[in-house]
Write a protein that binds this ligand. Structure first.
Ligand code: PLP
Length: 387
């Protein structure tokens, strides 16, 4: 079986884990945590970076930082991971789901203004597959209506909107280092803070609502309970693992981009025939090769291809189910139809994608996708994507 994902080890992980353990301090905010923070702040210009135990935790910190309260409305795509939504619902927010755009699963920025009300507090753009949302017009709207922008950059390490790194554009942003991401630490994440106003409070929330980080730096003579918070910081062991990955970021990105291009070249003829769609990268966005997905013409055909690939030893998978139709939220949703989101839920397939995927394996997968379309009887006309 070709797995969907295989965590890649760069080789230095065990050495750094050993060093972290040997340092005598393996809890949070240790040497490797600080090395990771410096790496991110220097390379991408984030005002402040704080490692968290997951991308989910980073989103929860963001919701606390912007003081989400019952009755506040938060605009986000319905085509996203549950954590994007849960973080705000946990604090009492009402979610206003935006539909995806035609060419990518990202939220359609042109449609957001109609969703803004006096209760709107924030917009949460999710950069799907590490490809930027159209942040220019989104920021213009946010400024005009004085809304917070929280980027869900879980999949967006080393990706850009024009010349701005993703995660450096919104007031706050959340990254994930879950084992399926480009750089990993098993579970793990990071909150980035780009608005000075939030820097000090973020550190307090990160450390259980105490000013312990200031105490460690000798800025206060005792540490105290000063705000709400939780245990959002990871052990330095997690940071040590992550740092080994970060040192090899260039190599990881180069290999993943090579794999991505290989899929793209190999499947282009099928796109030209009109039987499937390949990922679209808008002119303002870069491609960080986080995932490779294809879009089929109907849900039925998507399910048939998934079955065919799985029967042939290829663990291809679908992705998000529309959150506005989820068992938890459908009766809280305002009832608007979000047909593009449903289309991506029904028709998208993620192909196996990881550093160590070989050229031969990619060719095998491309051949199997071709075989499916030559041996099955594909629909004669392209169904509308809104069907
Ligand atoms: C878009 C998005 N947001 C948030 C998360 C949550 O990240 P984590 O799994 O690190 O909690 C993920 C994880 O896959 C994600 O894809």
């Amino acid at each position: 079986m070709i797995p969907f994902n295989k965590p890649y080890l760069t080789g230095k992980e065990f050495q750094y884990l050993y060093e972290a353990v040997n340092s005598g301090k393996i809890s949070g905010n240790g040497i490797f945590t600080r090395k990771c923070h410096c790496f991110f702040e220097e390379r991408y210009g984030f005002k402040k970076a704080l490692l968290t135990t997951s991308g989910t935790d980073a989103l929860e910190m963001a919701a606390i930082l912007i003081d989400i309260k019952p009755g506040d409305e938060v605009i986000m795509p319905s085509f996203t991971f549950v954590s994007t939504a849960n973080a705000f619902v946990l604090r009492g927010a009402r979610l206003i789901f935006a539909d995806s755009e035609e060419k990518t699963p990202n939220l359609d920025v042109q449609k957001i203004e109609d969703l803004i009300t006096p209760n709107t507090k924030a917009i949460v753009p999710v950069h799907y597959a590490g490809v930027a949302c159209d942040m220019g017009p989104l920021l213009e709207l946010a400024n005009r209506y004085q809304l917070f922008v929280i980027e869900d950059a879980a999949q967006s390490i080393d990706s850009y909107y024009q010349d701005r790194p993703l995660g450096s554009i919104g007031h706050l942003a959340a990254f994930s280092f879950h084992e399926t991401k480009n750089v990993i630490s098993g579970e793990g994440g990071m909150l980035t803070i780009n608005d000075e106003r939030f820097c000090q409070r973020a550190e307090i929330i990160w450390e259980k609502g105490t000013n312990r980080a200031q105490f460690s730096r000798g800025e206060v003579d005792k540490y105290n309970w000063v705000d709400i918070g939780s245990s959002f910081l990871p052990a330095d062991i997690t940071a040590a693992f992550l740092y080994a990955q970060l040192e090899n970021l260039e190599d990881i990105q180069q290999k993943r981009k090579k794999n991505w291009e290989h899929y793209h070249e190999g499947l282009k003829p099928l796109e030209e025939k009109g039987v499937l769609r390949l990922p679209y990268i808008p002119g303002f966005a870069t491609n960080n090769a986080h995932m490779f997905y294809i879009i089929l013409r109907s849900g039925e055909e998507r399910d048939q291809l998934l079955k065919f690939l799985n029967e042939n030893g290829i663990n291809a998978v679908f992705h998000y189910l529309s959150l506005h139709k989820s068992p938890f939220y459908h009766d809280k949703h305002d009832g608007r139809e979000l047909s593009r989101c449903d289309f991506y839920s029904d028709c998208l397939i993620r192909l196996p994608f990881y550093y160590e995927l070989s050229s031969e394996q990619i060719d095998f997968i491309i051949n199997k996708v071709n075989e499916f379309f030559s041996s099955h009887h594909p629909l004669s006309t392209c169904e509308s994507e809104n069907s």
